[in-house]
Design a protein around this ligand. Structure first.
Ligand SMILES: [Zn+2]
Ligand SMILES: [Zn+2]
Length: 556
């Protein structure tokens, strides 16, 4: 009914305040209110009250439906439980999420609650798979921006040993189901107090001894505060994926061990080291597997064979080859972008504004190219610690030609090429345009190759293996774009690109200086999902090698 919609939440809040002001206590009171509303009552809120009364959900208003954790709300709406049953389960077990519900079903603890029974437990079990798919997912970039300040706060709270995200957020999936954080702490009360003291942390929805649920930026955030001695096992279980965890649980069983939220335990219940994920993996005979590749497919075999990839990290990145300035649709002048890049410790950056025919709000003109080159030359004097490449992101036109003439393209240190519009072109036509661009000696890189827009616009349906083969053949780099609406290539495609022998770049595609670090991070975790290593990436290499790659293609 609410689905996290801000207007709806505010409407229900107004409806709730009407019912409180008038001291409504029963359905009969509500009937009277609807028949003879006070003259000054908010008509929209009254209308909603009437709808709720007709739907038989009157009690929802009093309990503040907007504040129900999303998973519980969806469970109620699935019809599996009544509100009273939901309240009883929540009161008895402190359930707030689908993961809690699944665990309660698994432990058969719902049927033991007064007012519930085995039938209801069955209904909850049956509702769970559909429940998951009906919960709206949050784009990764948004989830990271919500989680980061809370994690920072937790990390500086006395007693907290470490704090990280769990679930699909930690695995860096494109879209995230729950924002769930875990902080290992000997003093959970202090951690709860610290979060609640923060005016930006949002409203408290639920708190238990080692559990806090807040609503911030229209999103619910769960915070779990396990004991440091067993927190590694809890983190592992809650990070998933479910297939990965299932495989680990089976491996544990073979060794007569049990992997539980209360740590890795022997059959007799004795606790084995469980403070870190490393402890648990080690007990199961393998090194720690990076969360981004915990898919439950080939990562376990790789771990046991000692063949895990050495995934790229931020420390491997020497520069950022794709960003915009006020010369096109960026927010900041080049100097601001350069200064922020210096602060990030980059050895080089490329300023790559859009070409004249791009659909961007503002574009670099042919006249602008020369003036921009002069500005960059002056900045090179002022910022000698970073090498500034003068680049552009040129549109690939319908004909397959590029949106700057060759004699202009030759003035740039680096040329990135991209498609920005999708209307009316078949996959064959799109592929022809890409192939034409990749065969152009001036084009070093294809940016955001699928051209998807998260969360709603899917990417082109192309024969990507053919595209990646062509990239390898022509010596054209393909990008993992870290802009939160792109994350393109995604992990799966990045893995196929590497398999085809293509070289990747991880870029921020940033339009404002204060997001350079965040968007590079999103690009890195996306590439990590594709098993990408530093050796597969152009911008882990020193600038002389970057220049050599550009030159060798131009010399073709
Ligand atoms: Zn672009
Ligand atoms: Zn761009």
């Amino acid at each position: 009914m609410v689905r996290g919609d801000a207007a709806e939440v505010s409407l229900l809040e107004r409806a709730t305040s009407i019912s409180r002001d008038l001291g409504l206590a029963s359905d009969a009171d509500l009937d009277r209110l609807i028949e003879a509303p006070p003259a000054d009552a908010d008509p929209a809120a009254l209308k909603r009250l009437r709808q709720i009364a007709e739907a038989g959900g009157w009690v929802l208003v009093e309990s503040g439906l907007a504040d129900l954790p999303a998973d519980l709300r969806w469970l109620y709406e699935s019809g599996a439980v009544t509100l009273e049953q939901l309240a009883a389960a929540h009161a008895a077990l402190g359930l707030t999420s689908a993961a809690d519900l699944a665990a309660a079903v698994h432990a058969k603890s719902l049927q033991a609650i007064a007012g519930l029974n085995a039938d209801i437990e069955q209904r909850v079990a049956a509702a769970l798979p559909a429940l998951r798919s009906s919960i709206p997912r949050i784009p990764l970039g948004r989830a990271v921006s919500i989680a980061e300040p809370l994690l920072e706060r937790l990390r500086t709270t006395p007693g907290v040993v470490w704090a990280v995200a769990s679930g699909s957020l930690r695995r860096a999936q494109d879209t995230v189901g729950d924002v769930e954080l875990i902080a290992a702490t000997s003093d959970p009360a202090a951690a709860i107090a610290s979060v609640l003291e923060d005016p930006d942390a949002g409203r408290c929805l639920h708190r238990g001894a080692r559990r806090l649920y807040v609503r911030t930026e229209r999103t619910q955030v769960g915070i779990r505060l396990p004991d440091p001695a067993t927190a590694g096992a809890e983190l592992l279980l809650l990070t998933g994926s479910s297939r990965h965890v299932q495989a680990l649980t089976e491996l544990a069983a073979l060794r007569e061990l049990k992997l539980t939220m209360a740590g890795l335990r022997t059959a007799g219940g004795d606790l084995l080291p469980s403070a870190t994920e490393d402890d648990v993996y080690q007990a199961l005979g393998m090194p720690c597997i990076p969360p981004e590749i915990r898919n439950g497919d080939d990562e376990l075999a790789a771990a046991r064979a000692g063949a895990l990839p050495a995934l790229v990290t931020r420390a491997d990145i020497r520069g950022d080859l794709h960003m915009h300035s006020v010369w096109s649709d960026g927010r900041d002048p080049i100097e601001t972008m350069v200064r922020a890049s210096v602060a990030l410790g980059y050895e080089y950056v490329a300023i790559t504004d859009h070409s004249p025919g791009s659909a961007a709000a503002r574009n670099l003109t042919v006249d602008g190219v020369k003036k921009q080159a002069e500005e960059i030359a002056a900045l090179r004097q002022r910022y000698p610690s970073v090498q500034i490449l003068h680049g552009c992101e040129v549109d690939i036109l319908e004909s397959g030609r590029l949106d700057f003439p060759d004699q202009i393209l030759q003035r740039f240190d680096i040329v990135l090429a991209s498609l920005h519009e999708r209307a009316g072109h078949s996959p064959d036509q799109l592929m022809k345009r890409y192939l034409a661009a990749m065969n152009h000696p001036m084009v070093t890189m294809i940016t955001h190759p699928t051209n998807r827009l998260l969360p709603n616009r899917p990417g082109y349906e192309l024969d990507y293996d053919r595209l990646f083969e062509a990239a390898a053949e022509t010596g054209t780099v393909v990008e993992v774009d870290g802009s939160p609406s792109h994350l393109d290539l995604d992990g799966a495609l990045a893995r196929r690109a590497v398999a085809a022998g293509a070289t990747l770049a991880i870029d921020s595609d940033c339009h404002r200086a204060d997001l350079l670090a965040r968007q590079m991070h999103l690009g890195i975790v996306t590439a990590r999902r594709g098993w990408v290593e530093p050796r597969h990436i152009l911008n882990t290499r020193p600038l002389v090698e970057v220049r050599a790659l550009i030159q060798s293609k131009r010399a073709r």
